[in-house]
Design a protein around this ligand. Sequence first.
Ligand code: MN
Length: 256
Amino acid sequence: MRKRPLILISNDDGIDAPGIYALVNEIKKIGEVFVAAPDKQQSAVGHAITMNYPLRAQKFYKNGKFFGYAIDGTPADAVKLAVGSLLKQKPDLLISGINHGANTAVSIIYSGTVSAATEGTFLGIPSIAVSLTTYGKPDFRYAAKFTKKLAQTVLKKGIPAGTLLNVNVPPIPEKEIKGVKITRQSKAKWNDWFETRKDPNNKEYYWLTGRLVDEEKSDDTDLWAVEHNYVSITPIQYDLTDYKLLGVLKKWKLDY
Ligand code: MN
């Protein structure tokens, strides 16, 4: 590894979001930061990539200083393009975030934040996704400081191939944080519905809303941890194979 590690930062809230700005300001204390992120809000786009249109990377300035590349695509596009074309060397670490909103339970599947980190994992880069679990007014300071320390540990220890770390930080002052829990993904489900409204032309439109319902109430999940003022770290994998069912299916005699 170089003396100062190269750290790629992306997100799904867009390059101008306050969460990525807070993260960059902390992470640049420990490494060379390269930012490549979507040019607009891309939350809940999952792992979509752009195949039928060209992608453009525009230099993006914040407070008069070069901040990074704004990509007119998805979070996965931003990471692919950064590693494949914009960067000369492979990053030592990728961090996606800090997302404004939780990425616990099944939300991990919808999440653009997690998908940016998953793309890093595909490319063989140790990757971390970080989210602040509030939809209210965010204060990213503690989450950013925590991520800096976690990044230093991951740079030292690495993460096994195929796995990334999904971090959720509760939106409370540092002194109220009880500690860190290593958790599993909660089985909580979205109880969601479409609110139906009318546009100015009296045509109906639909807007998805809902809440996460946790029926397991188990104390080892990501959701439990953040609801009880702990930082949650869940190791997650992109291999979706159900290994238990492999043997069962083989016995089904499907050679029709
Ligand atoms: Mn988001």
